[in-house]
Design a protein around this ligand. Structure first.
Ligand code: IPD
Ligand code: CA
Ligand code: CA
Length: 265
């Protein structure tokens, strides 16, 4: 498994470093499901580079990648793959990238029988490589990381995000924000769910929740959080099984109060 992790790390760093130099080369910004859902020629090229590198070494492994999935439900595709599957977000945080905001990442997970066994998230602007291996811990640039020790929701910094279809006046996020006002330190939307999870794993923030995510947004991050001592659950606090995209991730100490906050009437 160590070789798998090293290869995933090398691919993420190589391609992430390439993406960092590509902002001036954005030629095309296409809309996917709506005007918040963006894809550029750089997302597509990044995906091509990553897939080529995986196929060179792991010809028999499945690959589930955001732009190849082309609007299909990633969880359904994932359920049809047993054995090894690489789950890729070639550029998580495309809106930030398009607006020249240096907060985006390459996310690569290797799954075996539906569970992540390797998770790598590389943020090329700060040269931060978050990486985890099942049973072996979580690391930032090779140094072990752990979730925060915060046990008071009032002092907790939380991140969340919109999925594209939820960007409307009836959004569930609107009521969830209202439930959070004054009950935690702050709630932020920074535009990369992969980095949100990496930041929970490294103790920079205390919790994250979001609805409507896809496997490529979270597969690597879920393993990072768990290996760093945190907890990942469904939005109803049920065990998380990579079957849907509604999730809460935290340092585990604030998990229950965060769940209760979100589910308050
Ligand atoms: C998006 C980001 C964002 C999240 C969206 C995702 P993309 O991914 O992770 O933080 O709120 O739901 O779709 O499109 O930049 O790869
Ligand atoms: Ca994404
Ligand atoms: Ca993406």
């Amino acid at each position: 498994m160590e070789q798998l992790r090293t290869n995933a790390e090398n691919i993420a760093v190589e391609v992430g470093d390439w993406i960092r130099k590509q902002w001036a080369n954005i030629k095309k910004v296409d809309l996917k499901s709506n005007h918040t859902d963006l894809v550029t020629n750089i997302d597509r090229k990044s995906e091509e580079l990553i897939m080529k590198k995986i196929k060179e070494r792991y010809i028999h492994h499945h690959i589930l990648s955001e732009e190849q999935a082309n609007g299909q439900n990633g969880f359904s595709i994932l359920a049809s793959y047993d054995d090894y599957c690489w789950v890729i977000d070639p550029l998580d945080g495309t809106m930030n990238f398009v607006h020249n905001i240096s907060h985006y990442a390459v996310s690569i997970a290797v799954m075996k029988n539906g569970d992540p066994i390797v998770g790598v998230i590389y943020e090329p602007n700060r040269r931060e490589l978050f990486s985890a291996e099942k049973g072996k811990g979580a690391f930032l640039n090779g140094q072990p990381i752990q979730v925060s020790k915060q046990d008071r929701l009032e002092d907790s910094l939380l991140h969340t995000g919109f999925c594209a279809p939820d960007w409307n006046v009836n959004s569930s996020l609107q009521s969830e924000f209202q439930k959070g006002y004054g009950r935690c330190r702050y709630i932020r939307i920074t535009g990369s769910s992969a980095l949100d999870l990496a930041y929970v794993a490294s103790g920079r923030i205390d919790g994250f929740w979001q609805r409507g995510l896809s496997p490529w947004d979270i597969a690597a991050g879920v393993l990072l959080v768990e290996e760093a001592g945190g907890r990942v659950s469904g939005i109803k606090n049920e065990d998380y099984r990579m079957k849907d995209g509604n999730m809460i991730a935290s340092n585990s100490k604030i998990h229950l109060p965060l769940y209760e906050m979100l589910n308050k009437d």
